[in-house]
Design a protein around this ligand. Sequence first.
Ligand code: UD1
Length: 418
Amino acid sequence: MDGLEIKGGAALRGDIVISGAKNAALPLLCLGLMSSAPLVLGNVPELADTILMEGLLRHHGVEVTRDGETVTMRGGATNYDAPYELVRKMRASVLVLGPLLARYGEARVSLPGGCAIGTRPVDLHVRAMQELGAVVELADGYIQARAPGGLSGGRIVFPTVSVGATENALMAAVLARGSSELVNVAREPEIADLANCLNAMGAKIIGQGTDTIMVEGVEALHAANYTVISDRIEAGTFAIAAAMTGGDLTLKGIRARTLDALLMVLRESGATVTETDDTIRVVANGRPIAADITTDPFPGFPTDLQAQFMAMMCIADGSSRISETIFENRFMHVPELLRMGADIRVHGGIAMVRGRDALTPAPVMATDLRASVSLVLAALTIEGKSQISRIYHLDRGYSRLEEKLGNCGAKLRRIKVA
Ligand code: UD1
């Protein structure tokens, strides 16, 4: 199994070009199911998760070709069944539900099952499809949905903000008869990206980026070329890396407005952050100062950066309170950070972190994507060699991580671990 050996202690300095956003690319790839006309997506990062999604689309009958970071899809779907073997590997596979149902009037999608960061139900996805007129049955571990006469527009009020359920509802509403109003939707930049691509394909969507989206259904979508936005979570991870290693990194191709909540806390903890239209520069000014965060839907502090921020607080001056409100079990990095000498106490969804002068090297194990990268960040601050095993999680979400960090002075290499 692949692991990473990291010899930390160096301040990271240099420029990093940010890749396309995984969480934008995954729903955008599902649009290949919604039209037989070609859809050409640029800036699609080559990651384990995007490759998996391309495989799922091929399973559905879509012709998918990749040339570097450009993915072309054509032909639409011929098979409406997303089996457990594929869906269990990646929860985002449930995003095929809306497109299949809207375009073909039927879908059979495996329930995603358990996941390291909590139970993560799909009740909101199912309810949204029902509000659009689908008949949905949960049987044999599958969501079986039908709308023989097609979906019809409706008003969907989400009781909780959900990124995935907003995306499924939006994709379904685009091909439903009549108009739809989606209320209390997620405002993440990836939702606006999905709506903008759908509009480029001929959809009629307004309000994306706000908490209410209006959709006027259309009969069919046409061919389009679209470029995926950059990955704010990747950029945020490197911004934290600069601040916690005493470094100076310029992140290129990322809009600071997508990371306001993080950048505000980085400034609070002592870093100098400067922005242009498409770059962010983070310069550390000595040891970080402790700061508190609470994760929230966008534009709040992203849950996907909580583990990385906690790693920084482990070496900050003072105590920090980290409150996780999105997922009930998203502190799996804590026991591993403790092995590196961190001082963290968890009570329910709150972690109290007392900053240490330094962490110490230890063999640690990655448990999910963002937890893994938080261990990489911690190891980058430690003089001495750390070993992180099970880093296949990193390959799900970070494109060329070793190369990007290595070019900025980090000493890390991939090794085989038993
Ligand atoms: C997406 C992101 C993930 C990020 C998360 C929150 C993708 C591919 N993944 O995941 O990286 O951490 O947003 O920003 O974009 N919920 C329900 N019922 C549902 C759906 C969700 O109760 O039917 C709950 C979840 O358990 C969670 C909350 O809603 O507590 C938010 O989850 P959601 O926004 O749906 O996350 P994902 O779309 O799965």
